[in-house]
Design a protein around this ligand. Structure first.
Ligand SMILES: Nc1nc2c(ncn2[C@@H]2O[C@H](COP(=O)(O)OP(=O)(O)O)[C@@H](O)[C@H]2O)c(=O)[nH]1
Ligand SMILES: [Mg+2]
Length: 255
């Protein structure tokens, strides 16, 4: 892999964007179109669908048929949560030889136009995080004070204090991973789902000494459809922080 000039983009890098979907039939075609319009060489899209009742799986199949070799679909039999979908998608991306793996939501909360910047930064970092909590990062104005407070508390107070992390946005779901970082983390030891999946990955990243760069994003609320993050999922996330520490505080890199 060589880093081309002047834009810094690695000319022959293979990048896979993993998109977990559950009832995103209305968002997916537009998101895939925006991703392909970026014109990033070597970019492929892997949709991981958990048998969405709204037919997202068939919509994804149609996209795969339209863009053979560029869009592919992993069908899973039932809804098993975001974390499980990501582990599955990451493993498939790695097995297919991806140099970089990007994780992003299907609902346009994560701006695709940031992706070239993320890839440029991979020259010097192992993980680039699209962050709501660094200077210039923003949350959707439509978020209620209650949702803001909860997100701030989960990030800045609860998780960051207990896990002693430097990363500001540790529940961030928009990240670019270097292949070696995912291999060193060892996806088979990642157990959490929901928000805690992001926290577990952030903790392992820092524990194992990988270089993290946060870049500001504007996190827009989903345009269409419903959030799958409910109160039980959030409470589970709070408890999971302790499990993450217990499980991984002595972790070393996988060979
Ligand atoms: N495959 C799969 N995707 C999921 C699951 N739960 C959520 N997602 C997807 O994960 C992303 C984030 O979920 P979302 O409901 O937007 O969470 P929020 O932004 O925190 O409210 C979206 O692309 C969802 O479609 C699941 O159980 N399985
Ligand atoms: Mg969302």
């Amino acid at each position: 892999m060589s880093w081309g000039k002047p834009e810094n983009l690695p000319a022959d890098a293979r990048t896979t964007v993993v998109i977990p979907t559950y009832n995103e039939a209305d968002n997916l075609p537009a998101l895939v179109a925006e991703l392909l319009a970026l014109g990033v060489a070597g970019l492929t899209v892997l949709v991981v669908d958990d048998n969405s009742p709204d037919g997202t799986g068939q919509v994804a199949d149609a996209l795969a048929g339209r863009f053979p070799g560029v869009v592919s679909v992993r069908h899973r039999p039932e809804k098993q949560g975001l974390g499980r979908a990501y582990v599955d998608g990451f493993q498939r991306g790695l097995a297919a030889g991806a140099d970089f793996i990007i994780q992003m939501d299907a609902d346009f909360s994560h701006p695709p136009e940031v992706i070239p910047t993320m890839l440029n930064l991979m020259r010097d970092y192992d993980v680039v995080v699209g962050s709501r909590y660094v200077a210039g990062g923003r949350l959707d104005e439509r978020w209620s004070w209650w949702r803001r407070l909860l997100s701030w508390w989960a990030n800045e107070v609860w998780s960051r204090t207990i896990l002693r992390l430097k990363t500001r946005d540790i529940t961030a779901g928009f990240k670019c991973w270097r292949r070696a970082a995912l291999l060193g983390i060892g996806l088979e030891r990642v157990a959490c789902n929901g928000y805690a999946f992001q926290v577990e990955m952030a903790f392992l990243t820092e524990r194992l000494g990988y270089r993290v760069k946060e870049i500001p994003i504007y996190f827009e609320d989903r345009r269409i459809g419903q959030s799958k993050m409910n109160v039980p999922v959030k409470l589970q996330g709070a408890v999971d922080v302790f499990r993450i520490w217990l499980r991984h505080h002595g972790a070393t890199r996988h060979e």
